[in-house]
Design a protein around this ligand. Structure first.
Ligand code: SF4
Length: 430
């Protein structure tokens, strides 16, 4: 028989989750106090408009706010520096070079030891323009008193080469030739997709007269004629965003997320991307004691693979420590940080198999947590299950007046099974 108070709570799962979060108190003193990888999206727009873009990016605005204002960027720089992140990734959402002045401002001021900029390289249309922009990057980085290590990473694959506004192979050549000739104080690298391994790397090698060397299953090295080396890393093919409309799905030519991230699990089945330092180009997702944070171009931010979709915050309202404290008021964040994304995935597979299958089919770590936790009743069920686990292990308490305090502190209660039965009965989640 179903627990009557549980059935009542599931009738309004958003309200019930709010009430549970208000009643929940964790007892963990050493929540992370610093950042690991910090991802900043400078623009949601992109002139290239690839047909596989996971962000469905092009020059059409999808939201009211496509980029941070000048004042917000200064706030973001203070926030990133305050986070003491180990690495800043200027990336995603769209093409960061549409906001070149913001890139330069970040490079000259932000206090992090390492910075990586991911770009399509559409700006490298001529050798002259390429040299000017790369000179600006180098000069901005050298003005930074912290002397951060910098890598410029270009994305190259069949979709970039054949996009509505393509990045031509000679644009990539312009960057590599300029880098080899001028020797700036930063490194360059390339990223691609696994189905294009042996294709994209060969094309660019032919363009610049380089030799391709294999490093491991997803990394190659281009050895330029003067002996300088350029790493090439191949990521999984993601079937999210615009790629959902593609006829080819590259199944078999790409690893699944689980296969790809297997070597980076801290123990079998535990992949905490919420705390990792993303260093794919060095073949690493190193565990850290900090938090990975994504700051989007609309000013919202969250723990990467560590925050439920309804707990994102808006920049400018709190310090880094206050934001972390807010995120850790949610049992879901504890689950994702302590046990990782596969623990959440396994739970959803049991609770809502179709939601689980649709989320995994995208093969995209950036959308995985939001998709798994999309349905309101599933999100509430995971909150309950994670809270129960923490309470019975003595790592949290729930106010005794809360209507579900009894089952949440009952070690014999199988919360996941109880929630699954209610969700099945309600039949609301696909
Ligand atoms: S260049 Fe990058 S951001 Fe732009 S459309 Fe292509 S994949 Fe998306």
């Amino acid at each position: 028989m179903q627990h009557p108070q549980l059935v009542t709570a599931f009738s309004e799962p958003i309200l019930a989750r709010d009430r549970l979060l208000t009643a929940f108190r964790h007892r963990i003193e050493n929540v992370p106090s610093r950042g690991s990888s910090f991802f900043i999206h400078l623009s949601e727009l992109c002139p290239v408009a690839c047909e596989h873009c996971m962000y469905s990016s092009d020059l059409e605005r999808k939201s009211d706010k496509t980029a941070l204002s000048k004042r917000e960027l200064e706030g973001a720089i203070r926030f990133i520096s305050e986070s003491e992140s180990q690495k800043l990734n200027i990336t995603g959402g769209g093409e960061p070079f549409l906001k070149l002045s913001s890139i330069l401002r970040l490079l000259e001021t932000v206090e992090v030891p390492r910075i990586e900029i991911v770009t399509a390289g559409h700006w490298a249309m001529t050798p002259k323009r390429t040299a000017r922009i790369m000179g600006q990057l180098d000069a901005a980085r050298s003005r930074n008193p912290g002397n951060p290590e910098l890598m410029l990473r270009l994305s190259i694959d069949r979709y970039h080469l054949n996009a509505p506004r393509p990045v031509r192979i000679d644009y990539y050549g312009n960057v590599l030739r300029c880098w080899a000739e001028t020797g700036p104080g930063f490194s360059v690298g390339l990223r691609s997709i696994q189905p294009d391994m042996g294709i994209a790397d060969r094309m660019i090698a032919d363009e610049v007269g380089a030799v391709v060397q294999k490093v491991d299953d997803w990394n190659r090295l281009l050895v330029l004629p003067d002996g300088k080396t350029v790493p090439v890393t191949f990521n999984v093919f993601r079937r999210s965003g615009k790629a959902l409309n593609l006829t080819e799905d590259h199944k078999g030519a790409t690893k699944t997320l689980r296969e790809y991230y297997g070597p980076f699990e801290t123990k079998p089945g535990n992949l905490s991307l919420a705390t990792a330092v993303n260093d794919a180009i060095r073949g690493e997702y190193a565990a850290s004691t900090g938090l990975a944070v994504t700051l989007n171009s609309d000013g919202t931010f969250w723990i990467f693979c560590g925050t439920a979709p309804d707990r994102k915050l808006l920049l400018g309202k709190q310090s880094f420590a206050e934001a972390v404290a807010y995120f850790f008021e949610d049992p879901i964040t504890h689950l994702l940080v302590d046990e990782g994304v596969w623990a959440l995935s396994d739970l959803i597979m049991d609770l809502a198999p179709k939601t689980h299958a649709a989320a995994l089919a995208k093969n995209d770590s950036a959308s995985l947590v939001d998709d798994l936790l999309g349905p309101d009743d599933v999100r509430f069920a995971v909150t309950l299950t994670a809270a129960h686990d923490l309470v019975v292990r003595g790592r949290a308490t729930v106010d005794p007046e809360h209507s579900l305090a009894g089952i949440l502190s009952d070690p014999a209660a199988d919360l996941a099974a109880m929630c699954r039965d209610v969700i099945l009965e309600r039949g609301s989640t696909p």
